[in-house]
Design a protein around this ligand. Structure first.
Ligand code: MN
Length: 738
């Protein structure tokens, strides 16, 4: 951040205008004290950030003002949160201390600002990002506003990411995708989640993003007129029924359209339900359910519904609080249109999630959906021994998208993430029930503990007093709670067992008349363990032979291991090479703008980048520098946890390099001719080498994987185009990741 001496007039006006915009955006009721506090916070922030500028060059203060505005306008937060948002970067970046905040604004604001201040840079950790996130979450359970402001902060940073260097953009996008978007979903902030996903996609997959954005723009007029035509008969019937309502129609997000293109393997033009029509009712709370179903009945009288697409979150809300009735109907020209039916209250909860939920608390008689989730997070946080990355992974499982509804033997409904197992259920009910679980019955039939729960299952758990979890249980669960409880139990167990092993070792060393402390760490190393505890538990389990100690020399208090001749190292046959560098000159890359020759790097095996792909470099802790595609699914995880290890990478066009690329081909099996035609087209027409060819057919369909050697991305595009036009081929796609 460069220092500036004078803030010029124009900038002053800019700042004041932003502040006035913020004040106008506040809709929650405020008294004189609230207004005063906001003014004080603004003044303090302006002063404190006076000498700072953002990467874009604009005055820094515009950022906290914008964050406060998002809090007020888009999340619907009140004065306390607005004050904290204005001050959120003050302690971290300026001379103002937390004590200052405390004495001027009180303990609530100070607590929130503290939660938003990053840990000291000297904090020693494998992943500072994950540590910081754990810190934010530990305040989340005290005051959810911390996380809501944090997300507003991230949203503004994402919106203004343009002036950051590309590799930083990628790291921030990855972290956003990994944790902030799912968190926004979990807190019911659908608009924010959608914007996060779209902004991320714009960075990681610019081409597809622009492509869809352009097509949406091109089809806008025809879509709008279709929707208008669609609404007319429906609206007429609803009015005749005397309902008070409004109808909106909007296109789905670019990211969700892209997901559909990928998962359904269709092209843009083939996606019919690009938009959702929303009927929002104005009815008293007690008539809500009845009114929603009345609308459903009217809509489906006008248009024929597709029964499988009916979703009733009015009777049973999602665990993030979402309530709505969805149906897909067949409109004019046979096009599918999704109709969402909800009330004004449901709509506000759907748009503003947690904050709106708060507003209706007490008014609503439904159980508090967030409370049980927060309990869950609280429990994860209590487990201090988990390292930050483990914690983050456990936490992430609590952010699930889809859920499964099951019942206890008493008929109580429980909601778990989709994919959760019977054992997860046991842990969800009670930790002890999980730890002592011996058998599980689903609908009165015995199932394995790893059984995946299905909607409507009734789950009974049987326990045994002497039951103990073992390592393999970790593979039988998916929820963070179960995982962390099992890990803690295993750790305890190992400590207990270690005590036995330690005693044994102490006895042996006493026998040899040497001191325990002097020799313990040497023995850990000698037997190849990482910690004393590992050594002790190996002794308990007779995994090492302590008779070996007899061969040691004793020198005073010290044991000396016998000298062993170095065994001749057998060169392991190299596993599949990371990429085919051998026959041609290595690909040229620039890392952080410098020639990559000075680094040892490899192209990542998972996503097989090819010259021309959008790539970045990642410095892994044990396997050196790897080059990944920016769309690589593994990369998202890597960057989210270790963003500081990401480096910018660019291709340099030079010489001929060769790369491996995997293509997935599907089609209709028209006999053995397929393989021949495919390989014919690849080798003679395209002049490319096939490295391997694997094809598997079943009942008239086949799926195959072809590994090709290419020298750049253009060749892949050509190959895909050429193979697609062959008879019997339905799709050709590049494998994203292995
Ligand atoms: Mn900030």
């Amino acid at each position: 951040m460069a220092e500036i001496q004078v803030v010029d007039k124009e900038e002053k006006l800019l700042i004041q205008r932003a502040y006035r915009g913020l004040l106008k955006s506040i809709h929650s009721p405020m008294d004189e004290e609230d207004r005063d506090n906001i003014r004080k916070a603004y003044k303090l922030a302006v002063e404190a950030h006076a000498k700072q500028r953002r990467k874009s060059g604009e005055p820094y203060i515009l950022h906290p003002i914008a964050v406060a505005r998002i809090c007020a306008e888009e999340v619907g937060l009140g004065p306390t949160a607005i004050v904290a948002a204005l001050l959120h970067d003050v302690v971290e970046d300026t001379d103002v201390s937390l004590e200052d905040i405390y004495s001027r604004f009180g303990d609530r604001v100070a607590m929130i600002v503290d939660g938003l201040t990053k840990l000291d840079r000297s904090y020693d950790s494998d992943s500072p990002q994950a540590e910081n996130f754990r810190k934010v979450l530990s305040t989340l359970v005290k005051d959810v506003r911390v996380v809501l402001i944090k997300m507003a902060d991230r949203l503004h940073n994402m919106r203004t990411l343009g002036s950051m260097p590309r590799h930083k953009q990628l790291a921030i996008a990855a972290e956003t995708n990994y944790i902030y978007a799912p968190l926004a979903h979990r807190l019911g902030l659908y608009n924010m989640k959608t914007e996060f996903q779209d902004l991320c996609m714009k960075i990681t997959d610019q081409e597809s993003y622009q492509d869809i954005a352009r097509k949406l723009q091109e089809t806008k007029t025809s879509r709008t007129s279709y929707i208008e035509k669609f609404i007319v008969p429906m609206k007429k019937e609803l009015e005749e029924a005397g309902l008070s309502f409004r109808i909106t129609g909007r296109p789905k997000s670019i990211h969700s359209i892209w997901n559909k293109i990928k998962s359904k393997e269709v092209i843009f033009e083939e996606i019919y339900d690009l938009f959702a029509v929303r009927v929002i009712l104005d009815v008293p709370r007690r008539l809500e359910k009845q009114a929603c179903w009345q609308v459903y009945s009217i809509v489906t009288d006008v248009y024929r519904p597709i029964p499988e697409r009916l979703k009733d979150w009015v009777t049973t809300p999602k665990s993030n609080g979402y309530e709505s009735l969805h149906t897909t109907v067949i409109g004019q020209d046979g096009r599918f249109v999704e109709v969402q039916i909800r009330t004004e209250r449901m709509d506000e909860i759907a748009e503003r999630g947690y904050a709106a939920h708060w507003k209706y608390k007490g008014v609503s008689d439904s159980p508090d959906v967030y409370e049980s989730w927060l309990d869950n997070v609280r429990e994860l946080l209590e487990n201090h021994e988990t390292d930050a990355i483990e914690f983050l992974n456990d936490f992430k499982t609590s952010l699930f998208n889809e859920e499964v509804y099951v019942y206890t033997p008493a008929g109580d409904m429980k909601i778990l993430p989709k994919g959760a197992t019977a054992l997860d259920f046991a842990f969800m009910i009670h930790t002890d029930l999980g730890l002592r679980c011996t058998a599980i019955k689903i609908n009165n039939r015995l199932v394995p503990m790893g059984y995946r729960l299905q909607n409507g299952d009734q789950v009974g758990v049987q326990t045994g007093k002497n039951q103990k979890p073992n390592e393999s249980w970790l593979k039988l669960v998916v929820t963070g709670k179960a995982r962390s409880k099992i890990r803690t139990a295993l750790r305890e167990e190992r400590k207990e067992q270690g005590a036995i092993g330690k005693e044994t070792l102490e006895r042996k060393l006493q026998h040899l008349k040497v001191d325990f402390e002097t020799n313990a760490d040497m023995l850990v190393k000698h037997f190849g363990f990482r910690s004393r505890l590992d050594l002790y538990s190996a002794i308990t389990h007779d995994e090492i032979n302590l008779l070996e100690l007899k061969k040691f020399k004793v020198e005073g208090q010290r044991l000396l291991p016998p000298v062993v001749e170095e065994p001749v190292k057998v060169e392991k046959p190299e596993e599949e090479a990371p990429s085919t560098f051998r026959r041609s000159s290595p690909p040229k890359l620039l890392l952080n703008g410098e020639s990559a020759d000075q680094y040892e790097y490899q192209l990542a095996n998972c996503c097989n980048p090819v010259m021309g792909d959008d790539v970045f470099a990642f410095l892994s802790s044990n396997s050196g520098m790897k080059i990944h595609r920016t769309t690589c699914p593994n990369a998202v995880n890597l960057m989210a946890n270790y963003g500081y290890r990401v480096m910018k990478a660019e291709w340099v066009q030079a010489g001929t390099s060769s790369f491996r690329v995997d293509l997935l081909v599907t089609g209709i099996d028209t006999g053995p001719g397929v393989i021949e035609r495919l390989s014919q087209r690849i080798s003679s027409t395209l002049g490319l080498n096939i490295r391997s060819f694997y094809i598997d057919g079943d009942e008239g369909f086949f799926e195959g994987k072809i590994s090709l050697i290419v020298s750049n991305k253009d060749q892949i595009v050509q190959a895909i185009q050429a193979l697609k036009t062959l008879d019997g081929i339905s799709s050709v796609t590049r494998v994203e990741s292995n």
